[in-house]
Design a protein around this ligand. Structure first.
Ligand code: G3P
Ligand code: CA
Length: 354
């Protein structure tokens, strides 16, 4: 019987009738909204991502001085707003303007734009020069509540059921500053009806220590059971700091890159969010999985790598174009979803294969 099945499988694949993969299960996560087209985390970028039919829309969350939950990628304001012009005397010693030093009322006076850096001559340089122009139109920082109300409102008016994919940014930094951002985010999610495993929400964090606290302490305390995702960084990015009184050390992610670690992560999370090169055997041609994904799946974890960008210069050399990159990750490697700045392109790619 087994032999007949193998012959049948061989026949089907050699004739080009490969067994169908259920593309309905593959997710498109709009990274910071439709951020390839509008300033990241602007409310407009979120509305656009909703119209593009992403499955989930991402929120990065930080806290203000008056404990408001803000949608911002950095816990600084200076990369995407005019804070340096409006409040020139409010930077810390390191030259950065921390969101946690400003009230929501103050933050609402700022203009928001595409991400930029400032060069030695004081000139602003857009992070992505081909994207939406700096300082054009009017954008502002908004809150987690405002964004959830937008998405839930659009779900009602369009009849869709698009989910939210919330990242708690730098929880250890916030705790060191006396603010339990994770507890505040969970309470806000519960207030808006996201508290059960099947609700359309994922909660993600780079901080494994805090994610374990969420799983083992905060979720039971709040009678919640939502899906958790462990984000994975390279240690040398210094993404996560450990605070010990007056000193800090860098969290070491190396253990998470071992396939054998997936079982451990599965004790407190439902998925992983790796940087996409972490899944690839870079020496193989054509490119293939390095085994991390298979180990994650074996442990029952979904795999949602970041970040898929179609901008020129952002396609790895092993892919011919953006569609080829999506094909490699969705189907050759077999990821369950991707974070992308271009949700329209990923939605369209999957539609052509349904
Ligand atoms: O959360 C997934 C992805 O967004 C992680 O990268 O730095 O864009 O938050 P980052
Ligand atoms: Ca994120």
């Amino acid at each position: 019987m087994k032999f007949i099945f193998l012959i049948l499988l061989c026949f089907l694949t050699s004739c080009g009738f490969a067994p169908q993969i259920n593309t309905q299960d593959k997710l498109v996560i709009a990274h910071r909204g439709a951020s390839g087209y509008l300033p990241e985390h602007s409310i407009a970028a979120k509305a656009m991502a909703h119209a593009m039919n992403a499955d989930y829309i991402e929120q990065d969350v930080v806290m203000s001085k008056d404990n408001q939950l803000l949608i911002l990628h950095d816990h600084y304001l200076d990369r995407v707003t005019n804070v340096a012009t409006v409040f020139p005397n409010r930077k810390r010693q390191d030259g950065r303007y921390y969101a946690i030093d400003f009230t929501l009322t103050e933050i609402r006076t700022l203009k928001m734009t595409e991400g930029f850096s400032v060069d030695e001559s004081g000139q602003q340089k857009a992070g992505f020069p081909e994207r939406f122009p700096l300082w054009k139109s009017t954008f502002a920082v908004h809150t987690l509540a405002e964004e959830i109300e937008l998405i839930q409102g659009l779900n009602k008016s369009t009849g869709k059921n698009i989910g939210i994919y919330v990242e708690i940014k730098s929880p250890a930094f916030h705790l060191h500053e006396g603010k339990d951002i994770s507890k505040a985010v969970l309470k806000e999610l519960k207030r808006y009806g996201y508290d059960k495993t099947n609700d359309k929400v994922f909660l993600q964090s780079f901080d494994a220590i805090d994610l374990q606290r969420i799983k083992k302490q905060l979720l039971p305390e709040l009678n919640m059971q939502i899906k958790l995702v462990q984000l994975i960084a390279m240690t040398d990015w210094q993404e996560t700091l450990i605070y010990q009184q007056d000193s800090t050390s860098v969290y070491n992610y190396d253990w998470m890159l071992q396939p054998s670690s997936m079982q451990k992560i599965a004790t407190y999370a439902d998925g992983i969010g790796p940087w996409k090169p972490m899944l690839v055997d870079s020496k193989s041609k054509p490119v293939k999985s390095n085994g991390l994904l298979e180990a994650a799946h074996k442990a029952g974890l979904v795999v949602h790598p970041y970040t898929f960008r179609a901008d020129s210069g952002r396609i790895p050399e092993y892919a011919q174009d953006f569609d080829d990159l999506l094909k490699i990750f969705y189907f050759d490697i077999g990821v369950d979803g991707v974070f992308t700045d271009f949700p329209d392109k990923a939605v369209q790619f999957l539609q052509t294969r349904r």
